[in-house]
Write a protein that binds this ligand. Structure first.
Ligand code: PZK
Length: 287
């Protein structure tokens, strides 16, 4: 597919190619992971949904921070992007207390140095979004770190800029998504520097793989929330008694179809664009 491009990296569900000295191609596959295991069954068009959503958000956040997007390829799953010097930090923003944030809070009352009120429950909305950076783990889970440790990795001033930008991005996207019935509980960004040392948003942005999407109409704090996109897959896996180690189970047709429909629904609700229009011309999300 990427003609004469050198493969330079693999993620669990994505591939990275070098186009030339200054440009990369990020290709989103239809692979899906659950409980950290990539399943043997693909979700048709999942990579296109994620690529289109990222493009949509890049176009709508460029006034807040420049981003790496140069073009979406006609296949709808490939993003041509500027090659950056990536920062060694996972930039996480949380608007709700769940996942590793909830775990850390239960153990210590704090998340990445943010001391929170007592008595919070799983999935409670935080009074203000918090920036909770993590280290990039080669294997296994990223490790949450406090601001002193993060400042050692990128410098104090750069960290303050990253935190400002990350919170502003989260506020913009979460407010927009909530109006369309999707809560963005938390999200992860990757940032890089261009040759002038300017901060640039890279990777994917506000996709269901880089964020937790919850259906707003089912939100009920005090318990884990259903996933907007992956709940059918999780529910099916729970019926199997699978031990959540590799290899994962194949998915039946109805679970695949239901999950594909949820990804497409997230795309259409957030962008207001018919997914078929995206398939016909991916650039529609950039307008
Ligand atoms: C970059 N990754 C993550 C790993 C993937 C993605 N614009 C950029 N410039 C330089 N490097 C990267 C990017 C971006 N985005 C992204 N690693 C490096 C990654 C493996 C597969 F699809």
């Amino acid at each position: 597919m990427p003609e004469a491009a050198t493969h330079v990296g693999s993620g669990k569900v994505r591939e990275l190619y070098e186009l030339d000295d200054n440009r990369l191609l990020l290709v989103a596959s239809d692979r899906i992971s659950t409980f950290d295991v990539v399943l043997p069954t693909e979700i048709p068009d999942k990579g296109r949904v994620l690529t289109g959503l990222s493009g949509f958000w890049f176009a709508r956040t460029r006034e807040l921070v420049p981003n790496h997007l140069l073009a979406l390829r006609p296949d709808g799953r490939s993003t041509e992007c500027r090659r950056l010097e990536m920062l060694p930090l996972e930039c996480v923003v949380r608007g709700y207390l769940t996942g590793s944030g909830w775990k850390d809070y239960q153990a210590t009352g704090a998340v990445c140095g943010h001391v929170l009120a007592e008595g919070l429950r799983d999935s409670d909305k935080l009074p203000e979004p918090i920036f909770t950076p993590a280290t990039k783990a080669q294997e296994g889970h990223d490790e949450n770190i406090d601001r002193d440790r993060a400042a050692e990795l990128v410098g104090r001033e750069r960290l303050e800029e990253i935190e400002r930008v990350a919170i502003a991005l989260y506020r913009l996207a979460s407010a927009y998504a909530a109006e369309r019935g999707i809560l963005i509980a938390d999200t992860k960004f990757e940032l890089g520097l261009d040759p002038d040392g300017q901060l640039v948003l890279a990777d994917e942005a506000f996709t269901p793989d880089s964020s937790r999407f919850w259906p707003a109409d089912e939100y009920e704090p005090g318990r884990p929330q259903p996933s907007f996109d992956k709940q059918f897959v999780r529910d099916y896996c729970e019926t199997l008694g699978w031990d959540k180690t590799d290899p994962g189970p194949a998915l039946p047709e109805d679970v695949v179809a239901g999950t594909r429909a949820r990804y497409v629904e997230a795309f259409e609700r957030l962008t207001g664009i018919a997914f078929d229009d995206y398939l016909a011309d991916p650039a529609v999300v950039l307008a």
